[in-house]
Ligand binder design. Sequence first.
Ligand SMILES: [Mn+2]
Length: 425
Amino acid sequence: MIVEAEYRERREFFSRKLKRNSVAVLFSSEPKTRSNDTEYPYRQDSNFYYMCGFTEDRATLLFVKGEEKTACYLFVYKKDKDEELWNGKRLGVEQAKERFDVDDVFQQSELASKLKELLVEKKRLYYDFNLDYSKVKLLKRYAKNVESFHNAATVIEKMRLIKSPAEIALIKKALKITKKAHHRALKKVVKCRYEYELQAEIEYLFRKFGAQSDAYTSIVAAGNNANTLHYIQNSAKIEKNELILIDAGCEYDYYASDITRTISSSGCFTEPQKELYSLVLAVEKEIITMLKPGVLRSDLQKRAEFLLCSGLVRLGILQGSVKKLLKKQKHKKYYPHGIGHWMGIDVHDQAPYKTSKGKEIPLKEGMVLTIEPGIYIDKNDRDVPQKYRGIGIRIEDDILVTSDGYENLSKGIKKELKEIDSFNS
Ligand SMILES: [Mn+2]
């Protein structure tokens, strides 16, 4: 759990980053219609959540900075008996005043007049440049005297790069549940006839152990389906002796986990499957050991590509000198994606990879990223020995960068061949 004192610290840090004579506005996300009068489950805007932890819609955070001091106001939707009958209790102004350590709390209906009053005298306006057009229009209507516009999201997303101990604890909690789910998949796989049955086994455990949802749509891809990188239909029949790529992680209290394991439908790997799997696993393990402060993600990418390409040559999938193959990007056909991404409130955490000057940001203590090499060989790829066709493998873990190295937060989710091969026999 993240306590109010930590949210307050974040708001104070954000305030210090604001230029003098400015207003910053952060909106809650809009409910999204699924059809007619039915909505998708509501999820708070990630940056808004990061700044206050408030999960209601129709809320706004407003920062007003003068020459030095900054005031922070929260706007919340009013308590309304009729609305609460349908959609549940709201906090309302009075309780929000008790819960949030802000300078004042108002009703959301007062926002427009407050903005109008404040923006007459302030020169700078911060808001999320990805904001819905309707809200941008509202802001611009009152911003006639504003001289410059700044992206509030850029400031917050930079803060989100480094995770606090409380955030890491939540990611660990999410991973604890995700671990159980992947182990259940391993146990149930031979009994599942369709990909969705396996998906159900995994997601059953997400909910059973209190995760609010998945952190992204689960990928359960049997056989050649694993070669479609974002395969989410999960509708195909599972055949005997196929590998099944499972990319699934739960979200717990707004924090993601992101784990991929590749297991066998029959519980036993064939020789060619073992060869490819061992290669991907060896690469994944070596890249993880490289993690420490100062390292660049592009170095990890290069090393992973070198190792995978060398392995593909060794197995006779690529021919020629590794150096030349890499130069001509021949390996990209079998490993077309990145080595990993930031993770946190979002599974692909909205945090920068480069500085404002375009320089790559090196790893620092407190960052959390995934490491996820893979090999994908299409069933119709005639350039590859028959025995390897139709196999897609990815192995992914979630890693915390520590002061002198790394901590594998998803350690213990089985991935060694001896742990997952013949698991059922
Ligand atoms: Mn990932």
